[in-house]
Design a protein around this ligand. Structure first.
Ligand code: 1GP
Length: 246
């Protein structure tokens, strides 16, 4: 079964998914990858996302190879640019930044990436990527040169997501950006949930189990946690509990 099929099935049956985001820049040695893999395994995390808006190191592929050796769960690329494509992964979120009006991130970089992707076996998951202002400027909004959707404007998020679904995008990713001050609001997630049928991914600024529960209850199908996991890896166990207890 494809990853998208899995997500759609989870959505249909009310199951929730938890993903860890690994930023290759934050990995200082490969033993760290093995430690992460062990935690991921023990905590029943569902997916590993790999990528970042800006990579400053050159060990992207090495890190993914090490993850591949260490885990059995799917590895999904979450690329900040076409240089973040690896055959070692299982799938790629083919992100169109629909909250912004930067043509390079709506279609330009996709044209650059398409011929490379055709030569891989990666599952391509067309994803409407929406940045939301969650309290502080993030690398994602700076690098993408786009304005995030205002935190208190759920109707903008809902109509943007609907347009994305009408365009054929298969997932919506609401992202406050890495290290956001607070997560995307439950009200915004709920309005998007009421408006589109596709699976909803939510990330950015999730640090506590109660936030995860609120986000799942509002209608998110998958939560992505990066920064808080880097700071406190054991948090993964509490977040995984909230998948079934929201
Ligand atoms: C960022 O959604 C991810 O794109 C994860 O954000 O690092 O704040 O968990 P955090």
């Amino acid at each position: 079964m494809s990853i998208l099929d899995t997500l759609q099935k989870m959505r249909a049956t009310g199951q929730k998914a938890l993903s860890v985001l690994i930023d290759p820049d934050k990995i200082t040695d490969l033993a760290e990858v093995r430690r992460i893999a062990q935690l991921v395994h023990e905590s029943r995390t569902d997916f590993i996302l790999v990528g970042g808006s800006l990579l400053t190191t050159d060990h992207f592929n090495l890190v993914i190879q090490e993850i591949r050796k260490s885990v059995t769960i799917p590895i999904i690329l979450f690329p900040g640019s076409p240089s973040q494509i690896s055959r070692e992964a299982d799938a790629i979120l083919f992100l169109s930044l629909i909250s912004g009006r930067n043509p390079e991130l709506l279609i330009g970089q996709h044209v650059v990436a398409a011929p490379t992707l055709r030569q891989t076996n990666l599952e391509i998951i067309p994803t409407g990527y929406m940045l939301v202002d969650c309290g502080r400027p993030t690398t994602a909004s700076y690098i993408s040169q786009t304005f995030p959707i205002p935190w208190n404007k759920p109707e903008i998020a809902a109509t943007t997501a609907l347009a994305g679904e009408y365009l054929g995008l298969k997932c919506i990713y609401l992202d406050g950006g890495s290290g956001a001050e607070k997560p995307v609001s439950a009200e915004m997630i709920a309005q998007v949930r009421q408006t589109v049928q596709v699976p909803i991914i939510v990330g950015g600024g999730i640090r506590h189990e109660d936030q995860a529960k609120e986000i799942y209850a509002a209608g998110a199908d998958m939560i992505v946690v990066g920064t808080a996991f880097e700071e406190e890896p054991e948090l993964l166990f509490a977040l995984a509990q909230s998948k079934t207890n929201w």
